[in-house]
Ligand binder design. Structure first.
Ligand code: FAD
Ligand code: SF4
Ligand code: SF4
Length: 1006
């Protein structure tokens, strides 16, 4: 097989290749098994391990790498964000990742609305720069936050608004690209072309002319056709002409060529005016068929081009979205009753009043079609934006299905003419039924490209089923004269269908085009031309040989150890999935490589990637490393391997992915498993023990506060601490307090008193707020008492009455057994209160939320779940009570504050949706209008930022958004509930941030 021979040949030269790349270029050369493994997959079902990975720093690096690869006969596989769904970026040669460094805007011509960019720039980043110019690049793919322009060009990507703006090919004006002989060409208007580009263009023109009848007969006549090469630039078959003036642009030959013809150096793009206004009408349909049938009528409302999108969301997707707490309120606001499907119909333009008239026309049309009152009007842009986010997350929501059956992409974007859409979708649904599976439909109804993925188990019978379904689907596509590959490209998955679609003559012409541009087949060989079979399991991520190394995880992962029924999506009971790693492997495998974690917008995920921009420091990179390690693909050490350690080293356990990753990959919890496995094998360091056992020795240590705090005032001691313990000398450590909360004499109500009270609450004071920043604990106590609660201070029951610990510091060091012991102790003490429904209120997000998170995975049974249900952060508790009208006394006691208030949310607060209550509670103070800082992780993350080897990364994380925002508001009060966040703000911005409890207590009158 070609891939094998490529890989074998490459193994012989891999050393030389790496050595030459390292010495002749300034790029990054990544050749470890883990690096190669991380680049062996994209968002497809395939996996092929490349020879190595090269990350060019400059365009010149790319050119040199090309020369080296040509010399050594190593194929090259260009790559952007790696979000392709068909295996376009999966190949055995040298993968070139353009996304990290080669990502600049080279030129913007505002009057002419033209921009020239390097291929690695991400669409959202480009559009963020264009926004201030009131322009945008309108090929708005769902992966806009990850997709690079080079990758979008490679795939001829299409956005939700393609009905108004066209596909990638309609919006590219020119390209500079290297062919495999190392020559850099300028591809633009054919008639202006010269030299080799012109000669290649002429040859393609001759081919097109010779095949005119064939092209007319075989070429799909739809907007969405991305299969094969764009031979029809010389004889347009697309619904929308490729150029405004009917000319031919040679750059269009590269669009959709999937890296097989040339390596793109730069792209010149046509920009559009950013619409000044948008309105949305959500049409609710009682049946899916009616939705499909209506699409052809709705698109006619376009008229003068103001219709920009008609997007489908079906019943399954609606239900899945309603189950997601982040999406549910938005989805509910768009529904009338329980529709079987909705169409999102968008109009955009410069005149809002005219757009509103369009919405009225839509209502009228639906009345004419027998569905009066079926449209929810959304003239407000924030509401629209929220709904689009749900639609864009659609695929990812679907992919969160647990078990080995997964929705598989292989016929997901067939495009059919609109008048056949209803018939096509019904017939394909029947096909799925016959194969005992089902598919969820969504996306681009406006252009006849509905996405659908049947659920298949690729580890068992998925591959043959995939072929059977593909064959039946292709027959439907032919019947309705559609395009088999309508949006996501060919790659490994659809290459073999090119000949089926275009016939042998055009297919042969594609071969000739390939040889014209790349006669030595150096660029992404065996893609588009001479492709492998789609169901070759040797190229798959989960081939029959895939085996997980058995292990017993430290925490309970049984919820992932399930199987599902493809026809009903019902999952079996926890623990029955047959995972040799008791659910941990299946949890890791939930990552489908969609790349959603490669984003830089609001949200937390993934702070370390945001700083290093290395694939290994990305949630996806980490999940892939774990998957490869746990399945023995990185050697025998499994979870405890050095390569896993490196990948997880900069994971700050912020839990950003737990919330933001659409399939819920919870890397923070996985890191606990790694630490547990690693330290059991390699032992715990003194620093590990000092951090983990802090709750144990805190009481004793506080007696020597003065002595211990000397370290913060004496450079020599700090330097010694760095040398022997690894704590950065550049940091002050938290200050010990001789007089702390636990010896301050505050006793609170007894257990009996609180159990008997009609306004009871338990205050869980953690080690950090108890021993280091006891003012916070005192403040919380005061606030709760001022609000009229009977406050019991959580303490060990029966024993010595000392403070309780959630086990967090032990978990952070992988000492899971000790953490379980601590959690058990806490549980025993708190159980009577939890059983009575009494809130257990905490101050430190990472501690309190351990009760709601890790403690429920420690095998502590139903009591742990009961405790989790009552565990609340102070503000969550107060907000709940305020909503129930129980805080009127407190309200009356709070004095106004006329000062700006900035809030930085702790990552775990964000992960558990516990930020809104902080803002709500701060608003109880008259005059306070808190502003939330759009920040990711502060970078301190427990002990992470205190460690010398992490200091620079930690500061870089803080500088991403938090510290600049704090500096920009010199007069504001900064509220941060996390101990380490407050320290980071102090160290980085020289400002004292306070816990919300302190702000509230400070405003108490009297
Ligand atoms: C959840 C999800 C939703 C998606 N939604 C959409 C959607 O709405 N519309 C859509 O069209 N697609 C969609 N896709 C597919 C994919 O995101 C797009 O095709 C995207 O444009 C690919 O961008 P990328 O940077 O990830 O490219 P990659 O996947 O890295 O590469 C794409 C192709 O471009 C080639 N390439 C990359 N850089 C170069 C270069 N410098 N020179 C030559 N060739 C190069 C690669 O070899 C490859 O063939 C979706 C995918 C996922 C996972
Ligand atoms: S970790 Fe989550 S967001 Fe990242 S690629 Fe995997 S599934 Fe997507
Ligand atoms: S826990 Fe945070 S740092 Fe770690 S992978 Fe997830 S988002 Fe990234």
């Amino acid at each position: 097989m070609a891939y094998d021979s490529v890989a074998r040949a490459s193994n012989e030269v891999a050393g030389r290749l790496a050595q030459r790349l390292a010495s002749e270029t300034s790029g990054e050369v990544l050749f470890t098994p883990a690096d190669r493994g991380r680049y062996a997959t994209d968002a497809s079902i395939y996996q092929v391990v490349p020879v190595g990975v090269f990350v060019p720093r400059t365009a010149a690096d790319t050119c040199i790498a090309l020369d080296i690869c040509r010399d050594l006969k190593v194929p090259m596989v260009p790559r952007g964000g790696g979000t392709s769904q068909c295996g376009q970026t999966v190949g055995a040669g040298l993968v070139i990742d353009f996304s990290k460094h080669v990502c600049n805007v080279l030129d913007i011509n505002v009057p002419q609305r033209i921009v020239t960019v390097e291929p690695g720039i991400v669409l959202d980043r480009l559009n963020a720069q264009l926004k201030k110019l009131k322009l945008w690049y309108p090929v708005d793919v769902s992966t806009a936050a990850q997709a690079t322009l080079g990758g979008m060009a490679g795939n001829n990507s299409c956005g939700s608004r393609s009905i108004a703006y066209g596909n990638m090919v309609h919006n590219v004006l020119g390209a500079q690209a290297w062919t495999s002989d190392g020559v850099l060409h300028r591809f633009g208007r054919f008639e202006d072309s010269t030299g080799a580009a012109r000669a290649m263009g002429e040859r393609v023109r001759d081919l097109a002319q010779a095949l005119r009848p064939e092209i007319e007969e075989r070429w799909p006549k739809v907007l969405r056709r991305v299969g094969g090469y764009n031979l029809d630039v010389f004889h347009n078959q697309n619904e929308r002409p490729y150029t405004g003036d009917g000319s031919v642009n040679l750059a269009h030959l590269l669009i959709g060529s999937e890296g097989t013809l040339a390596l793109t150096k730069s792209l010149t793009l046509r920009l559009s005016e950013l619409p000044r206004a948008r309105v949305l009408g959500v049409v609710n349909f009682p049946t899916f068929h009616q939705a499909m049938d209506s699409a052809q009528h709705i698109v006619k409302l376009g008229g003068e081009g103001s219709l920009t999108a008609v997007e489908l969301v079906d019943r399954t997707m609606i239900e899945l979205s309603l189950q997601n707490p982040a999406f549910a309120p938005t989805v509910r606001s768009a529904l009338i009753g329980s529709p079987d499907a909705v169409l999102l119909v968008e109009f955009a333009g410069s005149d809002k009043a005219q757009l509103l008239r369009k919405l009225a026309e839509l209502q009228e049309l639906m009345g004419d079609l027998g569905l009066p009152g079926s449209v929810v009007l959304m003239p407000d842009e924030t509401a629209q934006k929220n709904l689009w986010e749900v639609r864009k997350a659609g695929l990812n929501i679907m992919m969160s299905l647990k078990g080995d059956g997964k929705p598989v992409s292989f016929i997901e974007d067939c495009a059919v003419p609109l008048e056949h859409l209803a018939e096509y979708t019904s017939a394909l649904t029947e096909v799925f039924h016959r194969h005992e599976t089902r598919g969820t439909w969504y996306a681009h109804a406006s252009v006849g490209t509905l996405h659908v993925r049947p659920i298949l188990d690729m580890r068992t019978n998925g591959a043959p089923r995939m072929r059977e379904i593909a064959q039946e689907a292709s027959a439907l596509v032919r019947k309705f004269k559609g395009a088999y590959s309508g949006e996501h490209g060919d790659g490994l998955c659809r290459g073999e269908w090119i000949q089926w679609q275009f016939g042998p003559k055009i297919d042969a012409a594609f071969g000739e085009i390939k040889r014209l541009f790349d006669p030595i087949s150096l660029l992404s060989p065996q893609r588009i031309v001479n492709p492998p079979a789609m169901d070759d399991t040797r190229l798959m991520r989960f081939p029959p040989s895939y085996k997980v190394i058995p292990l017993v995880p430290a925490l309970d992962w049984s919820g992932w150890d399930v199987q599902n029924d493809p026809a009903t999506e019902q999952t079996t009971a926890p623990g029955t999935g047959g995972d040799p790693a008791k659910g941990l492997a299946k949890a890791v495998e939930m990552c489908n490589n969609n790349g959603h974690c490669r984003k830089f917008d609001a949200g937390t995920m993934c702070p370390s990637y945001r700083v290093t921009r290395d694939e290994q420091h990305l949630t996806r990179g980490r999940a892939n490393t774990l998957r490869l390690a746990m399945s023995g693909q990185l050697g025998p050490d499994g979870l405890a391997s050095e390569q896993v350690r490196q990948a997880l080293d900069l994971c700050v356990s912020c839990k950003g992915c737990k919330r933001d990753c659409p399939t819920g990959v919870d890397m923070a919890r996985m890191k606990i498993e790694f630490l547990h496995a690693d330290r059991r094998k390699n032992g715990w360091s003194l620093k590990d023990r000092l951090v983990a056992q802090l709750p144990e020795y805190a009481r004793l240590a506080s007696r020597f506060a003065g002595l211990l705090n000397l370290r913060n005032r004496n450079g020599t001691l700090a330097a010694l601490g760095e040398k022997f313990l690894g704590f950065s000398a550049k940091r002050g450590l938290p200050e010990w307090q001789a007089r702390h909360f636990f010896n301050s004499g505050v006793t609170g109500a007894t257990r009996e008193q609180v159990l008997a009270s009609d306004k009871p609450v338990v205050l869980f004071v953690d080690t950090f707020n108890g021993f280091f920043e006891s003012a916070n604990a005192h403040a919380a106590h005061r606030v709760l008492e001022a609000a009229g609660y009977t406050v019991h201070i959580a303490a060990k029951h029966g024993g010595d009455g000392k403070h309780l610990c959630c086990g967090r510091t032990y978990l952070a060091s992988g000492m899971v057994d000790e953490a379980k012991a601590k959690a058990g102790e806490l549980l025993r003490a708190m159980q009577p209160f939890a059983a009575r429904g009494i809130a257990i209120v905490g101050l430190e997000p990472s501690c309190l939320l351990t009760l709601r998170d890790e403690m429920t995975a420690m095998g502590l049974g139903a009591p742990a779940q009961a405790l989790a249900a009552q565990a609340l952060l102070l503000e969550e508790f107060l907000a709940r009570e305020a909503q129930a009208g129980k805080l009127e006394t407190l309200r009356g006691k709070l004095r106004p504050l006329n000062q700006a208030v900035l809030v930085h949310g702790h990552c775990h607060q964000k992960a558990f949706g516990a930020i809104a209550p902080v803002l709500e509670v701060l608003r109880l103070v008259p005059g306070v209008q808190p502003q939330l800082i759009e920040s990711s992780c502060c970078g301190m993350a427990g002990s992470f930022g205190y460690e010398a080897r992490h200091h620079a990364v930690s500061m870089a994380m803080a500088e991403l958004s938090l510290l600049p925002a704090v500096r920009a508001a010199p007069d504001a009060v900064v509220v941060a509930d996390g101990t380490s966040c407050r320290h980071q703000i102090h160290d980085g911005a020289g400002r004292t941030a306070v816990h919300a409890a302190v702000l509230l207590a400070g405003q108490l009158a009297g």
